[in-house]
Design a protein around this ligand. Structure first.
Ligand code: 5GP
Ligand code: 5GP
Length: 207
């Protein structure tokens, strides 16, 4: 049971695999940065009945001056814009879309500091590598192959988000994002309730 008084009951902390983001991106590819490590996509206040919809998004709009030089240099590592070189624009988009809905828990500085700390707590890239799950153009995985090492490392159930594989839409899907979930206070990790994500019974490619 999760306590909350507001419009969301938990947070989805979403990390993306940049090569998949870039592959599916509609932005000019000469600006893409397909880094070979999981980076932050966002921290999304969510609820169980309608996870995609946030309400009470009445926080202040993004203010770049609130990003200190120290925080900025951290976010450049953990939360780069992988579709273009304008990191600030991506932070602004994410804050205005999701962060402004998380005001009951986090102000802008806390939202970004907390997200960076979450990213630091578990190195998804290494967790997968230690389970011999490394990018491959040919290998395919079952959902549980990828889920289980993350679950073991974090002691909580994550969930995986995939994109349709443009080259083999019926036979495989591309691993895109790993979601780990936090309570209403964005402090304690909780089991995710798998609301959406990868399709069942379709093999997953990580490349
Ligand atoms: P996608 O098309 O990748 O599933 O989602 C597009 C966007 O919708 C995401 O980047 C995110 O902003 C929003 N979104 C998707 N799923 C959720 C969710 O479960 N909760 C919230 N709050 N937003 C979501
Ligand atoms: P959402 O707005 O739904 O949180 O995130 C989805 C949007 O974020 C998509 O339009 C997608 O193109 C964008 N997105 C995902 N990763 C990145 C990124 O690294 N940089 C930028 N600018 N957009 C991204």
């Amino acid at each position: 049971f999760i306590m909350s008084t507001g419009s969301y009951v938990y947070f989805q902390f979403v990390q993306q695999w940049p090569p998949t983001t870039c592959r599916l991106s509609s932005k000019p590819s000469n600006q893409h940065r397909p880094l070979q490590r999981f980076t932050i996509h966002g921290l999304w206040p969510s609820n169980y009945s309608n996870p995609r919809k946030s309400s009470n998004c009445n926080g202040l709009q993004f203010d770049a001056r609130k990003v200190s030089p120290r925080l900025r240099s951290k976010l450049k590592i953990s939360w780069p814009n992988v579709e273009s070189d304008n990191d600030t624009k991506f932070w602004e988009h994410e804050w205005n879309k999701h962060g402004t809905c998380s005001q009951e828990t986090l102000n802008q500085t806390q939202f970004f500091e907390r997200s960076h700390d979450m990213w630091m707590s578990y190195n998804i890239t290494n967790i997968l590598k230690n389970a011999s799950i490394v990018p491959s153009a040919t290998q395919k995985w079952k959902y549980s192959d990828i889920e289980s090492p993350i679950k073991t490392a974090t002691q909580r159930t994550p969930f995986l988000r995939c994109k349709r594989d443009p080259s083999h839409p019926n036979n495989s899907q591309l691993l895109h994002e790993v979601v780990i979930c936090y309570d209403y206070k964005a402090k304690k990790q909780i089991d995710c309730n798998r609301t959406a994500g990868c399709w069942n019974n379709v093999d997953i490619k990580f490349e």
